[in-house]
Design a protein around this ligand. Structure first.
Ligand SMILES: *Cc1c(COP(=O)(O)O)cnc(C)c1O
Length: 398
């Protein structure tokens, strides 16, 4: 198909929710580069929104997928699935959790986690059905997860929404304490807020939240859909804090590009689910779990996570240096390779993103004045140097 034809088809037939697509006609990819049908090549510092952790050319990953396709792609959860069992074991062995359920997306993982929390208290005969989450959070696009999301623009078009959801300012323990009632069953937080503009939780805050939950019989749920799976240089973001939630949710990088989500829980909480309480057709299918299983093997070998930390620190230092040298830049935020650059009022993140696009770099204007970087975890220092050089040129010549 010609480029014009693709655009015409898409504008005619696709629901009008991504109105401003960039003129990049994805054809193929290698390393951290996306190739467009018009011959242009882009260095990808967004990685399919934090998904392509291994980049685009991991041969071992691709071969595992090919091997799995030849064996079986999908069956159903009515039967035992070997790669699913292997993935269960790897996830539990490398985390503080005992049981896992596989879904297909981050929204669905959160939806399942919230259902588990409800069931946990229902089974106890308690009326603790309410959930508190944080302002600026993002938890997904289903009715319930959009309700838990602390950004009005995502939910206003869909009122009335499911009841029992409240939000409070993030990193504000007092506000959270005040919001807790005897009906509060769950507190849902991203250890590092992603879509909200990359805001890491303070360690003291998460420690305080944990204590609050313990004292009031509340389940703590960490949404690690974006910050989990190696993004921070630890396999899970909570490992940076030493604070364990009762339930954790994963997706994005989990399958290295193959759609899969998951929620995990400690035994006592997981035990609330009884046969028939939850289920899925696609979730945890052989292809998706084989993909995630291979992703985990790769992340746990050969200093992979240590190199994420190193590259994250490298990018962070370069960004910090830019901030120190330029009055139009405010600050950098984040952990590992989940970073943001906060621009001054005079700089539009959208404009800088567009200019970077013209120069062959993909980043994301996550807020009006915030650039977000979620590169593949295999990004090289040379790529980082090139990105920084180009940002520098753009903001100094503006
Ligand atoms: C992306 C994201 C979700 C939603 O995941 P989908 O796969 O798009 O449904 C939920 N929580 C967080 C923190 C996310 O970044």
């Amino acid at each position: 198909m010609e480029i014009e034809e693709i655009v015409e088809m898409d504008q005619k037939h696709f629901m009008n929710v991504y109105s401003g697509r960039y003129p990049l006609y994805v054809e193929k990819a290698e390393g951290i580069k996306l190739h467009s049908k018009d011959g242009k090549i882009y260095r990808d510092f967004l990685a399919g929104i934090g998904v392509n952790a291994l980049g685009y050319s991991n041969q071992r990953f691709k071969e595992a997928l090919k091997d799995q396709i030849d064996k079986i792609i999908h069956c159903s959860n009515l039967y035992y699935i070997e790669p699913q069992a292997e993935l269960e074991k790897k996830l539990c062995k490398n985390s503080c959790y005992d049981r896992v359920f596989f879904a297909n997306s981050g929204s669905e993982a959160n939806e399942g986690a919230l259902k588990l929390a409800r069931k946990y208290f229902k089974k106890k005969g308690s009326n603790k059905f309410e959930t508190i989450s944080a302002d600026k959070s993002f938890h997904g696009r289903t009715m319930t997860t959009v309700t838990a999301t602390g950004q009005n623009k995502y939910k206003e078009p869909f009122v009335p929404l499911p009841e029992g959801f409240y939000t409070v300012p993030f990193n504000d323990l007092e506000a959270l304490k005040e919001a807790v009632t005897d009906r509060t069953g769950a507190i849902l937080l991203e250890p590092i807020q992603g879509e909200g503009g990359i805001y890491p939780a303070e360690k003291k805050y998460l420690e305080g939240v944990r204590k609050l939950c313990d004292q009031n019989d509340i389940l703590l749920i960490f949404d690690e859909v974006q910050c989990g799976m190696g993004r921070t240089g630890e396999l899970f973001a909570y490992q940076n804090y030493g604070v364990e939630a009762d339930i954790i949710t994963l997706a994005k990088a989990l399958g290295g590009g193959v759609p899969i989500g998951a929620f995990m829980a400690k035994e006592e909480v997981a035990a609330a689910f009884e046969a028939g309480d939850h289920g899925t057709t696609f979730g945890g299918n052989p292809l998706a779990t084989r993909a995630a299983s291979e992703v985990m093997d790769i992340m746990l070998e050969n200093n992979f996570l240590a190199s994420v930390k190193e590259k994250g620190n490298y990018l962070r230092l370069k960004l910090d240096k830019m901030v120190a040298e330029n009055d139009n830049l405010i600050e950098t935020r984040g952990i590992g390779l989940m970073l943001a650059l906060e621009l001054g009022e005079s700089l539009s993140a959208k404009k800088v993103t567009n200019q970077l696009f013209e120069r062959g770099f993909l980043v994301n204007a996550v807020k009006e004045h915030t650039l977000r970087f979620l590169p593949p975890l295999v990004v090289e220092k040379e790529d980082i140097d090139l990105l920084i050089k180009n940002i520098n040129q753009i903001i100094t010549e503006k």
